[in-house]
Design a protein around this ligand. Structure first.
Ligand SMILES: Cc1cc2nc3c(=O)[nH]c(=O)nc-3n(C[C@H](O)[C@H](O)[C@H](O)COP(=O)(O)O)c2cc1C
Length: 157
């Protein structure tokens, strides 16, 4: 890849009531402001091999009953164990509800563990958002994006 070609990213989200799409949109705005070319896809419409085409993959899932994964994301989740993504950087962020204290944002931890099976390298700490992203969350998401970009740039050098 030419030295000064822009970084590319794919943001994969799952949502029922819109909160995780709002988190995805904050992340996308931060990436684009940094000059990253971004593709946004809904999880049930995404094949894991698309992620092999980008520098940075970001997964933004909601958490459901008892800490469970989004139903419509189960195929995507399973397929992460069977693909080689060792050349990319990944991050996981998303919205849950602190009301569910024991299983708060548990799907984020599940995706974090699962994508590691692909060999993808973690470029930023998980960011957990309580319901809709507020100003404080946006600061955390900006750090998340900055860390992912720095990690991707380091692997390209
Ligand atoms: C039936 C039900 C179960 C839920 N279980 C959890 C849970 O275990 N952990 C959690 O963090 N949030 C849980 N939530 C809250 C959602 O994850 C939270 O509202 C999230 O912001 C929804 O994201 P969305 O707007 O993108 O659909 C649950 C919500 C519902 C309706």
């Amino acid at each position: 890849m030419p030295e000064n070609s822009p970084l590319t990213a794919q943001v994969v989200f799952a949502t029922i009531t819109g909160n995780n799409e709002a988190v995805a949109d904050v992340i996308i705005a931060d990436l684009e402001a940094a000059g990253v070319q971004v593709k946004k896809t809904e999880i049930s419409q995404t094949e894991v091999d698309e992620l092999a085409q980008v520098d940075i993959a970001i997964i933004v899932p909601y958490t459901y009953d008892g800490g469970s994964l989004p139903d419509e994301g189960l195929d995507f989740y399973d397929d992460l164990a069977d693909i080689d993504l060792s050349q990319i950087i990944y991050g996981v962020a998303g919205s849950g509800d602190l009301y569910y204290e024991d299983t708060y944002c548990l799907a984020l931890d599940s995706f974090d563990t699962q994508i590691q099976k692909s060999g993808a390298k973690k470029g930023a700490d998980i960011v957990r958002v309580d319901l809709r992203p507020e100003e404080e969350d946006k600061k955390h998401l900006q750090v998340f994006v900055d860390d992912l970009i720095a990690a991707a740039q380091a692997t390209k050098q």
